[in-house]
Design a protein around this ligand. Structure first.
Ligand SMILES: [Zn+2]
Length: 298
């Protein structure tokens, strides 16, 4: 694993809209290792903006999982009660402030397309920007607010070693929604604003979120002095089940709460994580992971 001379600040950013699975555990362990090997700081940020899908047992599952894995963090909520204080819903005003700035910068437009219309426009979920020319009023309800991505140029991302790659905006991020039809700010906006406001400079996420990273960087480039541009990204390969399916989409993979109830479940999980990292020895505790991971080339 890479050792950096920069002062790293990263975040664990689970979403309490389902029970965590093995893929989430690998992601948490990887974040924790990157931070701890670099004397970095970790913020726990629970992405609970999607209120209709958030459930208390899922929130509890996050805290139980982190404790069970032996992962510690430095800031953010340490208990479920504290999470109320740190909830993204406490920051709605801030997100709205950013949305208003984007309106003033002519970077948003309102979209009133229905779900079925969207499906007809783009079978692959790609929206063509149909509502942009219509200048639909901001007061229109219900309407989603989309980002006008037409002006996005090539987007530069730094990887964990600090080397640059250039991307154009992936088609699934064209005109991304920043405010949802139900009035809530969308994930793409909240995640970016939180990372900027909390001084995150190192993001470890699955490669399925590469297009989010590219979009968020593209958006921050438009927003003015880019507070996001020094951020380094580590996009790790996805953890697949035996049939090659993504774990979050897979029916066969056991949720972590089941593994927590098994005798030796944690040791088994950490051993499989260490195999995934291609560590030379079989490791069964987070302490041993930390001792060995610096030698790992992954
Ligand atoms: Zn539309």
């Amino acid at each position: 694993l890479n050792q950096s001379s920069r002062l790293i600040k990263t975040r664990l950013a689970p979403t309490p809209s389902g029970y965590l699975h093995v893929g989430n555990a690998y992601n948490f362990l990887l974040i924790w290792l990157h931070a701890r090997l670099n004397n970095g700081r970790i913020r726990l940020r629970i992405d609970d903006i999607d209120a209709p899908r958030v459930r208390a047992p899922f929130l509890k599952d996050i805290f139980d999982t982190l404790e069970w894995l032996g992962i510690d963090w430095d800031e953010g909520p340490f208990t479920m009660v504290e999470q109320q204080m740190y909830s993204q819903h406490q920051r709605i005003e801030r997100y709205m402030e950013v949305l208003n700035t984007l309106i003033n910068q002519d970077l948003l437009f309102a979209c009133i397309c229905s779900r079925s219309l969207l499906r007809r426009f783009g079978p692959n979920g790609t929206y063509k920007g149909t509502c942009k020319q219509q200048q639909i009023a901001w007061s229109h309800h219900p309407a989603s607010w989309r980002c006008d991505t037409d002006s996005f140029a090539e987007i530069k991302l730094l990887d964990h070693t600090g080397s640059e790659s250039l991307y154009s905006l992936p088609s699934d991020m064209a005109y991304a929604i920043l405010k949802r039809k139900d009035g809530l700010p969308a994930y793409q906006l909240c995640s970016l604003v939180d990372d900027i406001d909390f001084g995150i400079n190192y993001i470890v996420r699955g490669s399925d979120l590469l297009s989010s990273s590219i979009f968020q960087m593209g958006l921050s480039n438009q927003m003015g002095p880019n507070l996001f541009k020094e951020i380094h990204f580590f996009h790790h390969p996805l953890i697949l089940d035996a049939s090659g399916k993504k774990l979050s989409k897979s029916k066969g993979s056991a949720p972590l709460w089941q593994l927590r109830q098994q005798r030796g479940g944690r040791e088994m999980l950490i051993a499989s994580f260490s195999r995934w990292l291609q560590l030379p020895e079989k490791v069964t505790s987070t302490k041993e992971l930390l001792a060995l991971a610096s030698a790992c080339s992954y």
